[in-house]
Design a protein. Structure first.
Length: 108
């Protein structure tokens, strides 16, 4: 079983980079899995260059976006059908309104 420590793969990642070889050729010479090498290279890229995560060249500053709630209509909707008046809250249930209108229609 091949060693899987971070320092082991960091050493191989640095050696691969300085070798100028493709992953497969380097991995064949070193006796490691080329896919595993490629995975570690992608994960350890900043450390391969001798930088710690906090020393990246392009750190993004933290940012926040203020999310404002959408204003709700405060006045209810009012329906007038003949002599019947129905007041609906802004967030009414459409299915309930359909049932109420069906009942009113049946009565007339």
């Amino acid at each position: 079983m091949a060693p899987t420590t971070k320092s082991f793969w960091l050493g191989h990642a640095r050696a691969w980079k300085s070798s100028g070889l493709c992953y497969r050729d380097y991995a064949d010479q070193a006796g490691v899995n080329p896919r595993t090498l490629a995975w570690y290279v992608s994960r350890l890229r900043s450390e391969m260059d001798g930088k710690q995560e906090s020393q990246r060249d392009d750190p993004l500053p933290p940012s926040f976006v203020e999310v404002l709630p959408t204003p709700r209509l405060s006045e209810p909707i009012e329906l007038r059908v003949r002599d019947v008046s129905i007041r609906l809250p802004v967030d009414f249930d459409e299915r309930a309104l359909v049932r109420v209108l069906a009942i009113l229609e049946a009565r007339s």
